[in-house]
Design a protein around this ligand. Structure first.
Ligand code: NAP
Length: 373
């Protein structure tokens, strides 16, 4: 007998190794490659009853040995809630924090509608709290960008930066990023009068005049919602025709506080030096005429882009690129779950994202119980 670094005695290798084959309910002797014996024995000691059997022999032993039980892609509200649940289930989740760590909450200010915070809580603080909670139970975090994923083989293979990570299960919580105009002045004033979330930030514009950009249902919905606070909402759309549904458009047109300006493009958000939006420089797309609109806030309602492109061809995506799920969080690939804004085009709230993150983690736990760790 000799030992391995974990201190557990393992038998000498003699070219034949007998291990209990619990899946088939009987013992089975297999001749295995010398290079595999160590992984096999360690696996059998660590996970009795879950040793690969003759039927699963093509499973990559070396990969399995280092594979994570679960990898969570995204560190917004959905990903962090999944991390809390998975970590509490002792799955030691690895959370890949993407290019927007903390997700959309991390770029908002006061969150007043997340249950449990009667005075509200700052978005970044809420995210930080969730992260600390997940870490407390053993979740690991690493920064990185998913370059590619192979969900066709078990374990899944994820290329994160220059590293290859293997995972028995995957929770996709990569969110959806608000579409921005892309103007430098707009980017500089995010959180200082520029926002992509009326429900999050509308309250701060009580008694002010603001503008909403967009011609779809999101823009109509934002404009209508913002009339609760603002004295006047100017809806700016770059052309004459609207994508919005008739009912939403009619509601917005009929609202006395909403004024429409079509064929209008935002060229610059004013107030960068003062760090506070003071107005917009606009251009008429037909006449080319320039004008200035004094407003205290600019809301973008030009859609969201789900961060799911890297799964095209492997998972089902809808026409707008959202991951299609059934029974809330199941994707087409068994063992791969999706939660939060990457699969939710309807609610898109922090609390609904958290709820679906919880569901995904519970399904992962169930999946690993059924398929082995
Ligand atoms: P959308 O329908 O794609 O509309 C996006 C709007 O933003 C379009 O009018 C587009 O202009 C404009 N836009 C895009 N990029 C722009 C840019 N760089 N500069 C200026 N304008 C730009 O997106 P959505 O409104 O978010 O709706 C997405 C889906 O969700 C739709 O199916 C919608 O029905 C649904 N939704 C439903 C509800 C509801 O029923 N309550 C609420 C929200 C969303 P162009 O038209 O010129 O391309």
């Amino acid at each position: 007998m000799h030992g391995h670094p974990g201190g557990v005695a393992v038998p000498e290798f003699d070219g034949r190794f007998t291990h209990p084959c619990h899946f088939l309910g009987r013992k089975q002797t297999q001749t295995i490659d010398k290079s595999q014996i160590r992984h096999r024995i360690i696996l059998s000691l660590l996970a009795p009853g879950r040793v690969p059997t003759a039927g699963t022999i093509e499973y990559d032993i070396a990969m399995t040995d280092t594979a994570r039980d679960t990898v969570i892609l995204g560190s917004g509200c959905a990903g962090l809630t999944a991390a809390i649940y998975a970590a509490r289930a002792n799955l030691k989740p690895l959370v890949i924090e993407g290019h927007e760590p903390g997700g959309q909450l991390s770029i908002t200010t006061l969150v007043e509608n997340f249950p449990g915070w009667p005075e509200g809580i700052q978005g970044p603080q809420l995210i930080e709290n969730m992260k600390l909670q997940a870490e407390r139970f053993g979740a690991e975090f690493r920064m990185g960008h998913l370059v590619s994923a192979d969900l066709s083989k078990r374990p899944f293979t994820l290329q994160v930066g220059s590293d290859t990570i293997h995972a028995r299960t995957l929770i996709i919580a990569s969110g959806a990023s608000a579409r921005w105009l892309g103007l430098p002045s707009e980017q500089a004033l995010i959180g200082h009068g520029v926002s992509s979330c009326a429900t999050c930030d509308g309250f701060f514009f009580s008694g002010r005049e603001i503008a909403v950009v967009g011609g779809g249902d999101s823009a109509m919905e934002e404009a209508l919602f913002l009339t609760r606070f603002a004295t006047k909402v100017t809806l700016l759309h770059r052309r004459e025709q609207f994508r919005a549904s008739r009912i939403m458009l009619d509601r917005a047109i009929a609202h006395p506080k909403i004024k429409f300006m079509s064929n209008t493009k935002v060229e610059e958000v004013l107030g960068v030096e003062q760090k506070e939006v003071s107005g917009l420089r606009l251009r008429d797309t037909v006449t080319g005429m320039e004008s200035t609109l004094p407003v205290s806030g600019l809301f973008l309602g030009i859609g969201h882009i789900p961060n799911a492109k890297m799964f095209a061809g492997q998972l089902d995506l809808d026409d707008d690129g959202y991951i299609k799920t059934r029974d809330f969080v199941f994707t087409r690939v068994s063992g791969a779950f999706a939660c939060g804004d990457v699969q939710d085009r309807r609610y898109r709230q922090a609390v609904t994202a958290a709820g679906s993150g919880c569901m995904a983690a519970l399904e992962v736990e169930k999946y690993l119980e059924e398929h082995g760790r």
